[in-house]
Design a protein around this ligand. Sequence first.
Ligand SMILES: *[C@@H]1O[C@H](CO)[C@@H](O)[C@H](O)[C@H]1NC(C)=O
Ligand SMILES: *[C@@H]1O[C@H](CO)[C@@H](O)[C@H](O)[C@H]1NC(C)=O
Ligand SMILES: *[C@@H]1O[C@H](CO)[C@@H](O)[C@H](O)[C@H]1NC(C)=O
Ligand SMILES: *[C@@H]1O[C@H](CO)[C@@H](O)[C@H](O)[C@H]1NC(C)=O
Length: 426
Amino acid sequence: MLFHPPRLKLQVLKKLFHPPLFILPQFLLTQVVLVIIPALAVSLTLRLMGWSEMGPPMTLPPLERPGKPPVPWNLPFFWFPPIMFSQFSQAHVDGVLMPPNGPDCWPKTDSNKQWIVFYRLDGMTFTGTGTIEGNGEKWWELPCKPHRGPNGSTLPGPCDSPALICFFLSMNLVVSGLRIQNSPQFHMKFDGCQGVLIDKLSISSPKLSPNTDSIHIENTKYVGIYNSVIANGDDCISIGTRCSNVEIDSVTCGPSHGISIGSLGVHNSQACVSNITVRNAMIRDSDNGLRIKTWQGGAGSVSGITFDTIEMDNVRNCIIIDQYYCLTKACRNETSAVYLSGVSYNNIKGTYDVRSPPIHFACSDTVPCTNITMFEVELLPFKGELVDDPFCWNSYGTQETLTIPPIDCLQDGEPESVAEVSSYGC
Ligand SMILES: *[C@@H]1O[C@H](CO)[C@@H](O)[C@H](O)[C@H]1NC(C)=O
Ligand SMILES: *[C@@H]1O[C@H](CO)[C@@H](O)[C@H](O)[C@H]1NC(C)=O
Ligand SMILES: *[C@@H]1O[C@H](CO)[C@@H](O)[C@H](O)[C@H]1NC(C)=O
Ligand SMILES: *[C@@H]1O[C@H](CO)[C@@H](O)[C@H](O)[C@H]1NC(C)=O
């Protein structure tokens, strides 16, 4: 059931060798450090195929940073100077690959916003049976992280933590087979890409690890995410602005914060998201299930969203649209909003956590949500009884079958103001 986005070429094994370039654009100033644990080294092979075609697989040099004091590692490790990974056609990891262990060990001169960066690639595969271990624990415990300061407070201050694997401005990517875990921040991030195939990944970090979204995409089109198992402390998959033609099939999430479109429209920005399908997902023990979140004051639209055949197991807010998303609880209501239209929930079954209603449509006051369709949505309490009824505000659509629990707040037909909001089109 592999999905081939139209522009995805799978013949990436073609001889695509150029010597590695030791140049990074200024904004990507990062150094990539690969640390290998000796105990696990037996099972480790790191083959960067682009290089090995030069001769025998390259022996990576031990760390030497001329003119700089040695970095206090206890482990032997290998060092890559800054690399523009645009010359690789294939990276393969068996065994374990990890970055420096926490902020104190992170080389001070390197960006702490990302670790492995792939940039301006076309036709790259990143595969293997190995593990990318993020060593995130010491980052999660920084006092600036939510509730990690003294007595459960959150201290102010910069809180940058590295995203583990980033792809920027790249095309025709395949990432498969790997286990990716304990990232300091996002596990994988795709920005400005086209043609991404993700298959058979296992991504995990603890339930309370902050901001450890597993797969985040933005400005990215033609994406397939398949057959993956994800557990983490934040969004299982998050879809940001200017994403379209995304198919997610056979993914298990939980614990997590569910599958999320958004947040969109922050700082009055225009968001455009369309043609997103999530099918055959299992979501368990999660704070949200299927979520669309937008800020007040945004513009643009979200349309053509299909959630089909999703099983919920003890999920809070199984189905939620929140157009009042706000991190501080102090956001003003504004007159513009991202326009949501054409969201279908089809065959969504299972159990919800009764602390909040399983269905919650909070659409903007001025810009209603339209064309929400519900077919065979049946959600039962995991334990106890529902306290609040499903909630809707300014939301229009149809129930093709009786929804359980019943919702009578979804309004039929189209709102009068819909003509005006069509100007929000992307
Ligand atoms: C933490 O709470 C304890 C007991 O309430 C208090 O004695 C202590 O001063 C607090 N510490 C800080 C840093 O606020
Ligand atoms: C929607 O996206 C799928 C890939 O997920 C693609 O095959 C299909 O052509 C897209 N539909 C439209 C109308 O663009
Ligand atoms: C914003 O509007 C919503 C819906 O009308 C309302 O429930 C909420 O109290 C308003 N918030 C503010 C800060 O005015
Ligand atoms: C309603 O949304 C569905 C997809 O969920 C779409 O196929 C249909 O064309 C939309 N209808 C209108 C009137 O926009």
